[in-house]
Write a protein that binds this ligand. Structure first.
Ligand SMILES: Nc1ncnc2c1ncn2[C@@H]1O[C@H](COP(=O)(O)OP(=O)(O)OP(=O)(O)O)[C@@H](O)[C@H]1O
Length: 278
């Protein structure tokens, strides 16, 4: 038998079948129009526009410093835009922030939780702050604690939680008022694979029930697995957006992402790294 040529032996990459996107006719739960944010000379977000349909699992990807967190912070009322508008469920988020916040659950990038509370207390506090009555808070807290597998941690101080557990309790707090839209900045960072699968399942159920998720992640595999639509943000601009298949254009999301982000950098220089100091 002839030895396989290099070309024939190259493993064929099969594309993961994309999750079905909501129909064109679905309501737009989030409409971001020409958002701009400048920090001094630096334009972190440069006229970003996005449309997210109800029932969508929408991923925002981009290299480090691309402007993802800055964009999501403006969407969720944490950072005031210099220009542009954000509409959540047809509410102008910066003209009527209270109404917009009622419709939104947020997992911010840098978590600042009241970590001298126990997980149970933090959930109670979050639910009460959202105007839920004590009984509803109790029932929903019990459901969320079971769903996130935090039974053993519920009476411990959040300050003593691991990074992954902190993500889980923060996400539980973001969901307790059953918002229409969940905006999650790097929800899977520091989360172990089993918990990530569990978390994905919770979010999938939420989306199946009519909820909408916008999440940022560096995990291309994860985005391909869970998202039906995606936006690629590079240098504060949206370079591609649409359904996963529209953005991938027959390639893997990772290949497409790398091409849009400017290609792989050849590992040149740094020869000193091989001249070990001992
Ligand atoms: N408060 C700030 N002051 C000054 N510059 C900022 C501030 N926040 C963000 N930036 C800058 O804006 C740009 C976009 O940052 P941002 O955090 O939105 O990127 P990101 O896409 O979320 O990156 P990463 O994937 O690394 O989290 C970066 O150049 C960053 O240094």
């Amino acid at each position: 038998m002839p030895a396989p040529t290099k070309k024939a032996s190259r493993k064929k990459r099969t594309l993961r079948v994309a999750r079905k996107a909501p129909p064109e006719s679905a309501d737009r739960v989030l409409v971001v129009d020409a958002l701009v944010k400048r920090f001094g000379e630096k334009t972190a977000v440069d006229h970003i526009s996005l449309q997210v349909r109800a029932g969508s699992f929408f991923g925002v990807v981009g290299p480090n410093g691309a402007g993802k967190t800055t964009t999501l912070s403006m969407v969720t009322g944490l950072l005031r835009p210099d220009e542009g508008t954000v509409r959540i469920h047809d509410i102008d988020a910066w003209a009527d922030p209270e109404a917009a916040k009622r419709a939104t659950g947020v997992l911010p990038d840098r978590l600042r939780l009241f970590d001298r509370l126990t997980g149970g207390q933090l959930l109670h506090y979050s639910g009460t702050l959202r105007g839920l009555d004590a009984r509803t808070v109790r029932e929903r807290s019990a459901d969320l604690i079971a769903a996130f597998g935090l039974e053993d941690a519920v009476d411990r101080l959040v300050a003593d939680y691991s990074a992954g557990m902190t993500k889980k309790i923060a996400l539980a707090c973001a969901m307790i008022h059953s918002p229409r839209l969940l905006v999650l900045d790097e929800p899977f960072e520091s989360v172990d694979p089993v918990s990530a699968a569990n978390l994905t399942e919770i979010l999938e159920r939420y989306v199946a029930g009519g909820g909408t998720v916008v999440l940022s992640s560096h995990g291309m595999d994860l985005i391909e697995r869970v998202c039906d639509s995606v936006a690629v943000v590079v240098g504060g601009k949206v370079l591609a957006a649409g359904t996963l298949d529209e953005v991938r254009q027959g390639e893997t999301l990772e290949d497409r992402f790398v091409a849009l982000a400017g290609g792989r950098k050849a590992a040149e220089g740094m020869e000193w790294l091989h001249s070990f100091s001992d």
